[in-house]
Design a protein around this ligand. Structure first.
Ligand code: TYM
Length: 329
C-alpha cells in the first residue's frame, strides 16, 4: 500500500479551509492507503500561545481529527512531540537545508512580516522540521492545501540532496491536492486565505460553529454587485463560495452555475450556508462526545505515539548511520 502522511497545527479550532483543503481528504484516503496523521505541536511552538491553551488545543485538535472521521483503527494518529524522532530528524534536516532556500519561503516572509516581534529561528527552519516529518515515514503522498506547495517542493529538494550526498535512502514525496477546496478564502476578504488566526470572526468558519452562526456568516460574505453566480477571476467572493459548495457536493462549476441561473446571491448564499452547516453538524456532535471521554483520547494518543515511534525509528537509525553519527552500543 502507498503511504500517506500529513499534519495540522493545534493553533485553534480547524477552519472550513483546513477541513476542505486537507482533513476531508485524509478521511477518504484511509480506505485505500496506509495513512499517518499527526498534530504538529512542535511546529506550533513557532507561534506564541499561552502554554495552558496550547496543551488544551492539542488535545482538542486530536479529538477534532477523530470527529472528522479519522479512525485510529485504520490510520495512525498521533501527537508530533510524543514521537521524539521528529525533533531529532528535524535537526539533521536543518543541517542539510540551506539558508538561501529557506529565505525564499513565502510562508516565512508572510509570517515574519505579520509578527515582526517574534521572528524566531524555528519559524525560519520550519520547513526543515516538516521535511523530516514526511521523510521519516517514507511517505508517497502528502495531502495538503495549496499553501503548502512550496514546503513540499523544499522537502523533495532536501530529500534529493540527502540521497545525493549520503546515498539513496529517501523516496521523493508528492503533494496531493483536492480538486476543489485546495484554497478556501476568507469570507470577508476573498483575496486572502481563510485562516485560524484571522481577527475578524466573520471571515472564518470554524468547523465547530453552529448552524445559526454558519448561516449568518455566509449571509454577510463579501460578493460583488453583478448578481450572477459564475466562476471568474474578477469575482473572488462568489468564486470562493462556489468552491466551497463544489468541495462538499462534488458538483462542477458548470453545474453550480446552471443551478443558480437567474437566482440572486441571497438564495445562493443560503444554500451554500445550509450545505456547510449540514456537513459540519455530525462533526460537532462527535467532537462533543469525544471530549467527554478523555481516557479514550489519552489511550489512543498513547497507542499512536508508540506505533509512530516504532516506524520512524527505523528511518532515523539509517539516517544517523549515513551521516556518520557514532551509534550507541
Ligand atoms: P496548518 O495547520 O496551517 O494547516 C493544516 C492543513 O490545512 C490546509 N489549509 C487550507 N486549505 C485550504 N484553504 C485554506 N484556507 C487552508 N488553510 C489551511 C493546509 O494546507 C494544511 O494542509 N505546515 C503544516 C503542518 C505540517 C505538515 C507536516 C503537513 C507540519 N508537518 C508534514 C504535511 C506534512 C501546517 O502548518 O498546516
Amino acid at each position: 500500500k502507498k503511504i500517506i502522511l500529513s499534519g495540522i497545527q493545534p493553533t485553534g479550532v480547524f477552519t472550513l479551509g483546513n477541513y476542505l483543503g486537507a482533513v476531508k481528504n485524509w478521511q477518504k484516503m484511509q480506505e485505500e492507503y496506509q495513512c499517518y496523521y499527526f498534530i504538529a505541536d512542535l511546529h506550533s511552538l513557532t507561534i506564541q500561545i499561552d502554554p495552558v491553551k496550547r496543551r488544551q488545543q492539542t488535545l482538542q485538535a486530536f479529538a477534532l481529527l477523530l470527529a472528522c472521521g479519522i479512525d485510529p483503527e485504520k490510520s495512525l494518529v498521533f501527537v508530533q512531540s510524543h514521537n521524539k524522532c521528529h525533533a531529532e530528524m528535524g535537526w539533521i534536516m536543518d543541517c542539510v537545508s540551506q539558508f538561501g532556500e529557506l529565505s525564499r519561503m513565502t510562508q516565512f516572509k508572510d509570517k515574519s512580516s505579520k509578527h515582526p516581534e517574534n521572528i524566531n529561528a524555528g519559524l525560519f527552519t520550519y520547513p526543515a522540521l516538516m521535511a523530516g516529518d514526511i521523510l521519516l515515514y517514507q511517505a508517497d503522498y502528502v495531502p495538503v492545501g495549496a499553501d503548502q506547495t512550496q514546503h513540499l517542493e523544499f522537502t523533495r529538494d532536501v530529500a534529493a540532496r540527502f540521497n545525493h550526498n549520503y546515498g539513496e535512502i529517501f523516496k521523493l514525496p508528492e503533494g496531493y491536492f483536492p480538486k476543489a477546496g485546495a484554497r478556501v478564502m476568507s469570507l470577508q476578504d476573498p483575496t486572502s486565505k481563510m485562516s485560524k488566526s484571522d481577527e475578524n470572526p466573520k471571515a472564518t468558519i470554524s468547523i465547530l460553529d453552529d448552524e445559526k452562526t454558519i448561516l449568518k456568516k455566509f449571509k454577510s460574505a463579501v460578493t460583488d454587485s453583478e448578481a450572477k453566480v459564475c466562476f471568474r477571476e474578477d469575482k473572488p467572493g462568489v468564486s470562493n463560495l462556489m468552491t466551497i459548495y463544489s468541495a462538499i457536493t462534488g458538483k462542477t462549476m458548470e453545474e453550480i452555475e446552471a443551478e443558480f441561473e437567474g437566482k440572486g446571491y441571497g438564495d445562493f448564499k443560503a444554500v451554500v450556508g445550509q450545505t456547510v452547516a449540514d456537513e459540519l453538524k455530525p462533526i460537532r456532535e462527535k467532537y462533543a462526545e469525544l471530549m467527554n471521554d478523555r481516557p479514550y483520547l489519552e489511550e489512543k494518543m498513547r497507542e499512536g505515539a508508540e506505533r509512530a515511534t516504532y516506524i520512524a525509528r527505523k528511518t532515523l537509525t539509517k539516517v544517523k548511520k549515513r551521516v556518520g553519527l557514532l551509534m550507541e552500543k
